[in-house]
Design a binder for this molecule. Structure first.
Ligand code: NDP
Length: 300
C-alpha cells in the first residue's frame, strides 16, 4: 500500500539553526550587534524549567546572548511588569519571552501585552496578532511559522490548496490560519463545535492538527495524497504494557500516524516534526528582531 513521505522537521530545523547561527555571526562582524534573548520564568513548574533551560542553551549555542530571569512563584504582577519594563528599555535585549503558564494570580495577557511588540519573539502580543491579520511585518508565533516553512519546503506554492486547521488557539490555530491565508490557501478553521469533523477533514489538501487530543484524527479522515502537519504533543502511557505499568510514557501527536501514513502523501511525525521547528523559529525571530532594531535587513 501507499506510504506517506515523512517530513523531517528535525533535519529542517537543524539547517535553519545553522543558517541563523551564521547570519548572527555576520551581524556581529559587520555591525558589532549580538542578538540578545531574555527568558522570564515565574515559579518552578518542572516542564517549564526544562523548556527555559533548553531555550537558554540553544540561544547561547547559536552565538546569541541569553539571559534567564527566574522569579519566585509569589512574584507580584507589578514586579513582573517592572522587569518587563526594564527589558523593554535594555538595548542589548532584542527578544523577550515570558514562559507560560504564569501563576493564577497573574494576568497573563496583561503581561504579554506589556512586552514591546518589536521584542515579542513569541508573537503573542495583540499588536503582532493584528499585524499578521492585516499583512504588516511583525513577529509571528514560532510554531505556526515553523509549520508553514515545512509546508512550503514540501509543497512549494500553496496557493489554491484547501487547508483545514483543527484548533483555534491564539498561539497555534489562529496564526496558522492567517499565515496560510497569506499563502493564498482556502482556509477552514475547525474547533470543538465543528459538525462532522471527519467529513470536513476529508476535503483538506493540507490538514493541520492543533488540538491536544492523542491520535484523534484517524486514517479514514484523510484525503488521499494530502499533506498532514501534526502540531499535537501528547504524553500517553507506553505502548508496552509492562513499561506502562512501570509508569513509562511516550509522546504521540493529534494524528494516528501509522493509519494516516497509509493515505497521506506527506506527514510530520511526532516527535521529530513540528516540535523542533518551534525553538529554531524562536532563534530566527530573535535574530530578526535584532536586525530590525538596527534597521538592517535580516539575511535568512
Ligand atoms: P489549546 O488547548 O489552546 O487549543 C485546542 C483547540 O482544539 C481548541 O481550539 C479546541 O476547540 C480544539 N478542540 C479541542 N477538542 C476538540 C475536538 N474534539 N474536536 C475539534 N477541535 C477540538 O491548544 P494549543 O493550540 O495550545 O495546542 C494544541 C496542541 O499543540 C497541544 O497538543 C499542544 O501540546 C501542542 N503544541 C505544540 C507545540 C510545538 O512546539 N510543536 C507548541 C504549542 C502547542 P475550542 O476552541 O472550541 O475549545
Amino acid at each position: 500500500s501507499a506510504h506517506a513521505a515523512i517530513i523531517d522537521g528535525k533535519a529542517f530545523a537543524a539547517g535553519l539553526v545553522t543558517r541563523i547561527t551564521t547570519a548572527a555571526a555576520r551581524l556581529r562582524a559587520s555591525h558589532g550587534l549580538t542578538p540578545g534573548l531574555a527568558v522570564v520564568i515565574v515559579g518552578d513548574d518542572p516542564a517549564s524549567q526544562i523548556y527555559v533551560r533548553n531555550k537558554g542553551e540553544r540561544t547561547s549555542a547559536a552565538g546569541m546572548r541569553s539571559d534567564t530571569h527566574r522569579l519566585e512563584e509569589t512574584t507580584t504582577q507589578a514586579d513582573l511588569l517592572a522587569l518587563i519594563a526594564s527589558l523593554n528599555a535594555d538595548s542589548g535585549i532584542h527578544g523577550i519571552l515570558v514562559q507560560l503558564p504564569l501563576p493564577p494570580h497573574i494576568d497573563a495577557s496583561a503581561v504579554l501585552d506589556a512586552i514591546d511588540p518589536d521584542k515579542d519573539v513569541d508573537g503573542f502580543h495583540v499588536v503582532n496578532a493584528g499585524r499578521l491579520a492585516v499583512g504588516l511585518p511583525g513577529l509571528v508565533p514560532c510554531t505556526p511559522l515553523g509549520s508553514v516553512m515545512l509546508l512550503k519546503d514540501t509543497l512549494g506554492d500553496l496557493s489554491g490548496l484547501h487547508a483545514v486547521i483543527v484548533g483555534r488557539s491564539n498561539i497555534v490555530g489562529k496564526p496558522m490560519a492567517q499565515l496560510l491565508l497569506a499563502e493564498s490557501c482556502t482556509v477552514t478553521v475547525a474547533h470543538s463545535r465543528t459538525r462532522d469533523l471527519p467529513t470536513l477533514c476529508r476535503t483538506a489538501d493540507i490538514l493541520v492538527a492543533a488540538v491536544g487530543r492523542p491520535e484523534m484524527i484517524r486514517g479514514d479522515w484523510i484525503k488521499p495524497g494530502a499533506t498532514i502537519i501534526d502540531v499535537g504533543i501528547n504524553r500517553v502511557p507506553s505502548a508496552d504494557p509492562v513499561k506502562a505499568a512501570e509508569g513509562r510514557t511516550r509522546v504521540v501527536g493529534d494524528v494516528a500516524l501509522a493509519e494516516a501514513s497509509e493515505v497521506a502523501a506527506h506527514i510530520t511525525p511526532v516527535p521529530g516534526g513540528v516540535g523542533p521547528m518551534t525553538i529554531a523559529c524562536l532563534l530566527a525571530n530573535t535574530y530578526t528582531a535584532a536586525c530590525r532594531s538596527a534597521g538592517i535587513e535580516p539575511e535568512t
